[in-house]
Write a protein that binds this ligand. Structure first.
Ligand SMILES: Cc1cn([C@H]2C[C@H](O)[C@@H](COP(=O)(O)OP(=O)(O)O[C@H]3O[C@@H](C)C(=O)[C@@H](O)[C@H]3O)O2)c(=O)[nH]c1=O
Length: 194
């Protein structure tokens, strides 16, 4: 588990074992995650497929309870982005982007309160992700992924394709003004007692 520059986010890049049958890789290890001080209670596992250019997010969930996520890409490739949306965080508003693909089988852990979005870099991309809490639509919010204040460098040669919901999402400033952002200290306290 390698820490990303956003506190509470980690990348896990497994060994991929190839032989004449195909490949084998671990994609989730509770013991490795626990070494970071995090524990993960599996509540839901999701799968989504996307055409090239599909941009999902940036989504975040009210804390408590929030929804920690553990993401991997099993077909194609994504640019996966973690955004610090925790009000009061030293890295508030910053993000880190990581490429996850079916070759590197890399995974990203995203703690409660962080924002998450990704763009599919290939057609027929498939991601799998584990969630620490079940889907609760009224607790999930979005920040517009193209908001200049987020400054995310999405690939310039791929026209972004957004859902109607994501295209109508407010800016970071609007979400902040509406008081919707998770509080940094509340996120840390909640995370520590889990
Ligand atoms: C996320 C989710 C959606 N749905 C339904 C609602 C809707 O009809 C359809 C598609 O939902 P969405 O448009 O919200 O899907 P999507 O834009 O892929 O939402 C996801 O985006 C990424 C970035 C995340 O981090 C995820 O946590 C999740 O928010 O699937 C579920 O039934 N369960 C779920 O857990």
């Amino acid at each position: 588990m390698d820490p990303l520059t956003i506190e509470g986010a980690y990348q896990f890049t497994p060994s991929v074992h190839w032989d004449d049958r195909g490949s084998f890789n671990e994609w989730f290890r509770e013991d490795l995650l626990e070494r970071t001080g995090s524990s993960f209670r599996l509540a839901q596992a999701n799968c989504s497929t996307s055409a090239k250019g599909v941009l999902r997010g940036v989504h975040f969930t009210d804390v408590p309870p929030g929804q920690a996520k553990y993401v991997t890409c099993v077909r194609g490739a994504i640019l996966d982005v973690v955004v610090d949306l925790r009000a009061g965080s030293p890295s508030f508003g910053r993000h880190e982007a990581v490429t996850l693909d079916s070759d590197n089988r890399s995974c990203v852990y995203i703690a409660e309160g962080l924002g998450h979005g990704f763009m599919a870099l290939t057609d027929e991309t498939m991601i799998l992700y584990l969630c620490s809490e079940p889907y609760t639509p009224h607790r999930e919010h979005g920040v517009h992924p193209l908001d200049v204040d987020l400054g995310i460098q999405w690939p310039v040669n791929v026209p972004p394709v957004l859902s109607a919901k994501d295209a109508a999402a407010p800016s970071l400033a609007e979400v902040q003004k509406a008081g919707l952002l998770p509080d940094y200290q509340v996120c840390l306290d909640y995370h520590a007692q889990r």
